[in-house]
Design a protein around this ligand. Structure first.
Ligand SMILES: [Mg+2]
Length: 269
């Protein structure tokens, strides 16, 4: 297998650093070692850095609050969440009445963005990581999806989300459940859609070659990075093992045990 575990210093020369969150920067409520120091180093060296997450169970505001509880001191400009391209799509296509399978936190963000949330006469169904899902809501969603070609989109389709105690069903799991009843699958926006990275690099006028994506998932983080043309680095602190990498078609350029290894590399320079 042609995977680099040495020459990690190359990564310290990148201009843009994209980081997955769950499993890469923290697990549940536990920040990985070295993260605060790493962010300080990136700031000092004037590197651009962004945290990406498909986890749409939280609004952008709540996500910033969560991250800043870890003393990361980040702003909206450091965040790329799966609801951002989703909301952009709804606005571009003039959808206003939305049936949102999402948490109250996400509902608040949608309302703030000007959408009317309704079960009665929606123009589109938006599926997110709804950790407050009830069977009644599933039932209603299933009925709506049986209307012919009813518009149906999802913020992301991760199958499962890692937590301190194990995996829990994510948006992909909920979509699978609805698929069993309706045979409908949504159009998807978050990772592994390469636009999650490319729109930001476009804004910065920086080539993908000068960027690196760190993540713990092959079928989202690494796939997206490869398709966007950025360097990819898989961390083993989340859901992936070396064995899984060997068996996957989405091979990262680099593998490290955790994000603290990047800090060690910077400290050597
Ligand atoms: Mg992850």
């Amino acid at each position: 297998m042609d995977i680099n575990t040495s020459n990690l210093f190359e990564l310290t020369h990148k201009q843009v650093f994209f980081f997955d969150l769950d499993g890469t920067i923290y697990l549940g409520n536990k920040l990985f070692k070295g993260v605060l120091e790493l962010i300080e180093v990136l700031r000092t060296k004037k590197k651009k850095f962004f945290f990406l997450s498909n986890n749409s169970s939280k609004s952008t505001e709540d996500y910033i609050k969560k991250l800043n509880k870890f003393d990361l001191n980040i702003t909206r400009n450091n965040l790329i969440l799966s609801q951002h391209p989703t909301i952009e799509y709804l606005k571009k296509n003039d959808f206003k009445k939305v049936f949102l399978l999402g948490t109250q936190s996400l509902k608040n963000e949608f309302k703030k963005e000007g959408f009317e949330l309704t079960e009665d006469n929606p123009e589109i169904l938006v599926l997110a990581f709804d950790q407050e899902l009830t069977y009644e809501r599933l039932e209603k969603a299933a009925y709506i999806l049986q209307k012919e070609e009813f518009p149906y989109i999802a913020t992301h389709l991760d199958n499962r989300c890692p937590t301190e105690n194990g995996y829990i069903p994510d948006a992909g799991g909920i979509a699978a459940l609805l698929y069993k009843a309706t045979e409908r699958m949504p159009k998807v926006f978050g990772k592994p859609n390469k636009e999650m990275l490319l729109f930001k690099l476009d804004q910065l006028s920086i080539s993908p070659k000068n960027a690196v994506m760190f993540g713990d998932r092959l079928y989202t983080d690494i796939k997206m990075g490869r398709e966007a043309g950025v360097t990819t680095c898989c961390v083993l602190s989340g859901e992936i093992t070396i064995e899984m990498i060997k068996n996957s078609i989405f091979k990262p350029d680099f593998i490290i045990n955790g994000i603290w290894v990047l800090l060690d590399e910077f400290n050597k320079t």
